[in-house]
Ligand binder design. Structure first.
Ligand code: ZN
Length: 366
């Protein structure tokens, strides 16, 4: 089969012929219909210090990718729930049933949890094997180009709702204009957030945020703009009820805490490259009574359930967030647009089968 493989500890990847993997007794073999590029894939593609440390040159070659949808074509001997022919998407976090978190409803952050495309071969290929436990059955009403992006939509959903889901009628700052920031914007609008501020660096993405429901967009690179004052001025002087950090920028984190009102919630999702921060602990956390909520992955499978219903019902329209539909052999152009500055794209979905790509493109025109 064809696959996009990281062969060397340097920038880039190769489009290679490799053997079709064989599922273990608890695994299924999936024929990939659509697969989307995530920020994590970009880190690995660039081979930055995070991926060099997390994956390590010794574990190459490895197939890239973790967001996908496809059809189950073979099941291992111990697989019960999933059947050949099932239309599924993959949860990326493979839980270890022995972890204490697995007993506590937190299997997505288990001590020994493994990640598809990071700890094992990924889905930028014609086929992938995966444990049955991470297979999520799709609603057939959801086309593959959207079924593939349910994994990041689940991140956006978890960040947005937190543990209490208390968002209706509230004000929200979304820090970051990347794909997940844009997904959160559309979902926040759908969920009844009544004032949405989005910060980001790129006019194309900020304009997109506006079309998705942002009331205000704030350029994070504008040194003359006091974004904290702007948010306070537009929230009766209080600051925002909820702040979602989705930029991975140190400055945005610091600013975000200043934008948060007393008693508000800060969902921390973006990963920053040099994580030591200088924050005003007393005023930004303690006296503020801030709820700070780290998000690593999606709730299995609560957010999947919600996202499936949002997409299948048509209540959540992600068509404008999927800005690229490409043949998987053209992966380099997909990564190029993810790396371009300024950015002129959001989510890019790749297709191993040109016929699937043609159908997806026809749906866009139709
Ligand atoms: Zn992802």
């Amino acid at each position: 089969m064809k696959a996009i493989v990281k062969t060397r500890p340097e920038f880039g990847a190769e489009y290679l012929d490799i053997p079709i993997p064989v599922p273990k007794p608890n695994e299924v073999l999936i024929k990939v219909r659509a697969t989307s590029i995530c920020g994590t894939d970009v880190h690995i593609y660039k081979w930055d210090s995070w991926s060099a440390g997390r994956i390590g040159a010794g574990n190459l070659p490895q197939t890239l990718g973790h967001e996908c949808t496809g059809e189950v074509v073979e099941v291992g001997a111990h697989v019960k729930r999933i059947k050949v022919g099932d239309n599924i998407s993959l949860e990326t976090h493979i839980p270890d049933p022995e972890d204490v978190q697995s007993f506590l409803g937190q299997q997505h952050i288990g001590e020994h949890m493994k990640i598809v495309g990071v700890d094992r071969n990924g889905c930028f290929a014609e086929y992938i094997t995966a444990p049955e436990v991470v297979c999520w059955k799709n609603d057939p009403a959801i086309p593959p180009e959207y079924a593939s992006i349910q994994e990041p939509l689940g991140n956006a959903c978890y960040c947005l709702l937190g543990e209490d889901g208390d968002v209706v009628g509230k004000t929200m700052v979304i820090l970051g204009d990347g794909p997940i920031g844009l997904m959160a914007t559309a979902m926040a609008r759908m969920a009844g957030v009544t004032k949405i501020f989005v910060t980001g660096l790129f006019p194309y993405c900020l304009d997109l945020a506006k079309t998705l429901g942002a009331d205000y967009t704030l350029n994070a690179g504008d040194k003359t703009l006091d974004r904290v004052a702007f948010v306070r001025d537009h929230t009766n002087g209080f600051g925002a009820d909820i702040v979602l950090e989705m930029s991975g920028s140190k400055d945005a984190v610091v600013e975000g805490f200043k934008m948060l009102r007393k008693g508000g919630r800060f969902s921390a999702f973006g990963v920053i490259s040099a994580p030591e921060l200088s924050l005003d602990y007393n005023n930004d956390f303690v006296f503020k009574g801030a709820q700070v909520f780290g998000i690593n992955g999606r709730k299995m499978f609560d957010t999947w359930y919600r996202v499936r219903n949002m997409l299948a019902s048509g209540r959540l329209d992600v068509s404008r967030i999927v800005t690229g539909l490409i043949d998987i052999k053209d992966f380099a152009s997909g990564f190029d647009s993810m790396l371009a500055i300024p950015r002129h794209s959001a989510k890019i979905v790749m297709f191993p089968d040109p016929a699937e790509l043609a159908k997806a493109k026809a749906r866009r025109i139709g």
